[in-house]
Ligand binder design. Structure first.
Ligand SMILES: NC(=O)c1ccc[n+]([C@@H]2O[C@H](COP(=O)([O-])OP(=O)(O)OC[C@H]3O[C@@H](n4cnc5c(N)ncnc54)[C@H](OP(=O)(O)O)[C@@H]3O)[C@@H](O)[C@H]2O)c1
Length: 281
């Protein structure tokens, strides 16, 4: 009755591991670099590269449930290996972007569409988690905040209903441990829409340090991003910020409907991650 959690070094996977252990489940953590995965004492780790199906049979041995990161390249090999291992229940980390207008022009949405449709056509029982913007995306600000206390970004009034990774994990744990979640897809978001300026204020409050958001033009921002993203990714990001500039992002009801609780706010996320934004030493 082991749950295999892929993407072991990812923020969501780590929260899922914690949630499953709290729920008394036996967990095996899979990562391309298991030696770098931070796991609680006594938890088994295994090397899995979803793009390399040969790494799967040993990892899936004795597994009845899998928390799966989407990888279109490896999905056919994964399905074959999982069916051979007894068809465990798959909870897929998907994305809300595949339900948006113009999803057909969004490569990230299309990658997740490909993975979802392959799972739907398989013999595997599945549940799809479709979160929107992750609160962890704002960790990209951490180096600048630690070094200068200033974030340079366009569209300070751009909104996001950013979701805490523990909220995604809460739903994954329920999908694994309660009946009724197989064949379901859940759109997930944080409990409120907050602007980039408000997120900076939450980080300032959480760290107890002044943090400033300095508005720069989209073109200036593009130049800073080109170090870590391709043109397509940067175009998508800028388009996204422009789209939600001054416009509250809708909040999805699924977390509250499924748990009976309000989701964790961005202010709570900032408190939980304050150490990431404080200068070291
Ligand atoms: N960021 C967002 O706002 C957002 C919103 C909705 C959906 N999503 C989706 O959520 C997923 C995670 O996104 P993220 O930005 O948060 O990333 P992340 O937490 O940095 O996690 C990325 C993880 O993916 C795993 N991974 C990637 N390729 C893999 C492969 N070939 N084999 C095994 N594991 C692989 C990595 O695990 P190891 O390196 O440990 O193997 C890594 O830990 C993506 O599918 C993304 O599209 C993201």
């Amino acid at each position: 009755m082991t749950v295999l959690v892929t993407g072991g070094r990812g923020h969501v996977a780590r929260a899922v591991v914690d949630g499953l252990l709290t729920a008394g489940q036996q967990v095996r953590v899979a990562s391309r670099s298991p030696e770098q995965a931070v796991v609680p004492a006594g938890v088994e780790t295994v090397r899995v590269d979803l793009a390399d199906p040969q790494t799967l049979p040993a990892a899936l041995d004795g597994v009845t449930k899998v928390f799966l990161y989407a990888d279109a390249q490896g999905i056919d090999g994964f399905i074959k290996a999982a069916e051979a291992a007894g068809s465990p229940h798959i909870v897929l980390l998907s994305t809300s972007s595949l339900t948006r207008e113009n999803a057909e022009n969004n490569p990230i949405a299309q990658m997740h569409v490909a993975v979802e449709s392959r799972l739907q056509a398989s013999a595997l029982p599945w549940t799809f988690l479709r979160p929107g913007t992750f609160a962890t995306n704002t960790l990209q600000w951490a180096p600048a905040i630690r070094a200068t206390g200033t974030v340079k970004a366009p569209y300070p009034q751009a909104h996001a209903s950013a979701i805490h990774e523990t909220d995604i994990a809460d739903i994954a744990v329920r999908a694994f441990t309660e009946p009724g979640h197989q064949g379901q897809a859940y759109l997930l978001s944080g409990p409120e829409s907050v602007t980039q300026q408000e997120q900076i204020e939450c980080l300032s409050e959480a760290t107890g340090r002044p943090i400033r958001l300095e508005e720069v033009s989209p073109e200036e921002y593009r130049a800073t991003l080109s170090r870590w993203g391709g043109d397509n990714f940067i175009d998508q990001l800028l388009e996204y910020l422009a789209m939600w500039d001054g416009k509250p992002m809708p909040v999805c009801p699924a977390y509250t409907e499924l748990t009976g609780k309000k989701g964790r706010t961005y202010a709570q996320w900032a408190v939980d991650h304050a150490a990431d934004f404080r200068p070291v030493g």
